[in-house]
Design a protein around this ligand. Structure first.
Ligand code: AMP
Length: 424
C-alpha cells in the first residue's frame, strides 16, 4: 500500500472537519437525548434547507450584525440568485412559518432542529466555519414563563449530557418602545469615547452602537463596560416581563446572573436575552445562546406572532459533555467453505431481522484466523459454521467475553443472544 500523504487540496476546508464513526456515535447519543427531551416538552422537528436567499439573513439576522457584514458564505447560483449557506436557523423557521401559514395551527408552535450552520469567522478552538447547532423555537407565547421554560429545558439537556459548572447570563434588551431612548444614550456615550474604539466599533458607534457590546477587543470591552445599561431604560412592560422571567428562573432554582451588557450578536432580539456559559470551555465559553424576537415574523410580512428560541453549539457541547459510548455488540461469522459462507449469509439475514447485529466477512479464513479477526474487531459473539455444524444442522456459538460456548439451532442461538443482550 502506498504511504503517500494525500495532497493538501484534498484536505477538508479550513474551519470544517470530518466527524469519524467513533465520534459520530457520541453525536448520535447527544442528538437522541436532545430529541427525547424536546419531545417531552411538546417540540416537533422542522427541517428547513441549508441554502436560503441572502436577503433572508440580511433582513432577519440584521444588516449591521457581524454575521451579515463579515461572516456569510454567499454565492451567486447559475440562475443569478444570491444564495447564502445559513449562518443561523431562526430566519429559516420564520420563513417556513409564513410560507406554510403555520400560524393558523393552534398556538403556541414549538419546533426543534439539529444541523450544520456556516460562518466565515476566524477558526479557533470552539469556533468553526461549519459548526452544528441544536436549535429550538417557540412562536405565539408571550408569557415570560416560556422564557424560563426554555432555559430550564436547556439545563435539563446539559445535565443529561453531564455538562457541569454552568452559569446562565440573562438580560433584557428592551423593545421598540424603550430601545430608541436607550439607543440615543448609548450613541452619546459611544461618540464620547469614539477615538478609543477599534475601527470596526467606530463605525458601529455611528450605525448601531449596541453592536459594540459584541466586540472582543479589550479596549472596546472596557469602554463598553462604562456605557449606560439597558436595564435602566426598560419600559414598564419590558421591566415586568424581565422581573417575571427572573421569578420563574428562581422558581426552577436555576443559577443565573443578570448581565446588562449581554445583547447577543443578532439584531432581532427583544426583551429576554440569555447565554449559558461554562468555565470548562475556555475563551469560547458560551454553549447556548437565545432570546425573544417578538417583531421578526411581522417584519417579514407575516402575522403578529412573537417568538423565542435558543441555539446550542454541538461542538462546544460535546467538548464539555461526559457521554459514555455504548459497547457495540455483534456476532462474527466464522465459516468454512462456500457452503458455510451461504449458510452464514442466510443465518445473518434471519438474525438481522430479529435485531441482532451480524458481520459476515468475505475473506476465506481458517478457524484460527477467524478467531483472531473476531478478537481484533471486538466481536462479542462468534458463530462457527464448519462442515460438522452443517451436517448436524446445529452450530457452535462462543461468547467472547466469558469464553462460554453453546450448541444449538439457529433459532435457539438467536434467542440466547437476544436474552443475554437484554441482560447487559
Ligand atoms: P449564536 O447563533 O451566535 O447565538 O450561537 C449560539 C451557539 O452556537 C453559541 O453559544 C455556540 O455554542 C455556537 N456557535 C456559534 N458560532 C459558532 C462557531 N463559529 N463555531 C462553533 N460553535 C459556534
Amino acid at each position: 500500500m502506498s504511504q503517500e500523504q494525500p495532497k493538501k487540496e484534498l484536505s477538508a476546508i479550513k474551519g470544517t472537519r470530518d466527524i469519524l464513526p467513533e465520534e459520530a456515535r457520541i453525536w448520535q447519543i447527544a442528538e437522541a437525548q436532545a430529541k427525547e427531551i424536546f419531545t417531552l416538552y411538546g417540540y416537533r422537528e422542522l427541517r428547513a434547507p441549508i441554502i436560503e436567499p441572502t436577503e433572508l439573513f440580511e433582513k432577519g439576522t440584521g444588516a449591521s450584525s457581524d454575521i451579515v457584514t463579515k461572516e456569510m458564505y454567499t454565492f451567486t447560483d447559475k440562475g443569478g440568485r444570491s444564495i447564502t449557506l445559513r449562518p443561523e436557523y431562526t430566519p429559516s423557521v420564520v420563513r417556513a412559518i409564513i410560507e406554510h401559514r403555520l400560524d393558523l395551527q393552534p398556538l403556541p408552535l414549538r419546533f426543534y432542529y439539529i444541523g450544520p450552520m456556516f460562518r466565515y469567522d476566524k477558526p479557533q478552538k470552539g469556533r468553526y466555519r461549519q459548526f452544528h447547532q441544536i436549535d429550538i423555537e417557540v412562536f405565539g407565547e408571550k408569557d415570560p414563563a416560556v422564557d424560563a421554560e426554555i432555559v430550564e429545558m436547556a439545563h435539563r439537556l446539559l445535565k443529561k449530557l453531564g455538562v457541569e459548572n454552568v452559569l446562565t447570563l440573562v438580560n433584557s434588551v428592551g423593545c421598540k418602545k424603550c430601545r430608541p431612548a436607550y439607543g440615543e444614550a448609548l450613541r452619546k456615550a459611544a461618540q464620547a469615547v469614539k477615538e478609543k474604539l477599534c475601527p470596526d466599533c467606530q463605525r458601529k458607534a455611528d450605525i448601531n452602537p449596541l453592536r459594540i457590546f459584541d466586540c472582543k477587543v479589550e479596549t472596546c470591552r472596557e469602554a463598553a463596560s462604562t456605557f449606560p445599561k439597558i436595564t435602566d431604560y426598560l419600559c414598564p412592560d419590558c421591566r415586568q416581563h424581565f422581573q417575571k422571567f427572573l421569578e420563574y428562573l428562581d422558581f426552577y432554582g436555576i443559577n443565573y446572573q443578570v448581565e446588562p451588557t449581554l445583547v447577543r450578536g443578532l439584531d432581532y432580539y427583544t426583551k429576554t436575552a440569555f447565554e449559558i456559559v461554562t468555565e470548562n470551555l475556555g475563551a469560547q465559553n458560551a454553549v447556548c445562546g437565545g432570546g425573544r424576537y417578538d417583531d421578526m415574523v411581522r417584519e417579514f410580512g407575516g402575522p403578529d406572532l412573537c417568538g423565542i428560541g435558543f441555539a446550542m453549539g454541538v461542538e462546544r457541547l460535546l467538548s464539555v459533555a461526559r457521554i459514555e459510548k455504548p459497547r457495540d455488540s455483534f456476532v462474527y461469522f466464522a465459516y468454512m467453505g462456500e457452503e458455510g459462507k451461504k449458510q452464514s449469509l442466510a443465518t445473518a439475514r434471519l438474525w438481522r431481522s430479529k435485531g441482532i447485529e451480524c458481520l459476515v466477512e468475505f475473506k476465506d479464513r481458517g478457524l484460527k484466523a477467524h478467531f483472531s479477526r473476531a478478537n481484533k474487531i471486538g466481536a462479542d459473539w462468534v458463530l462457527i459454521i464448519g462442515q460438522d455444524e452443517l451436517s448436524k444442522g446445529k452450530f457452535q456459538l462462543k461468547n467472547m467475553l466469558d469464553s462460554k460456548q453453546y450448541e444449538g439451532t439457529s433459532e435457539e442461538l438467536a434467542e440466547l443472544i437476544l436474552k443475554q443482550g437484554q441482560k447487559t
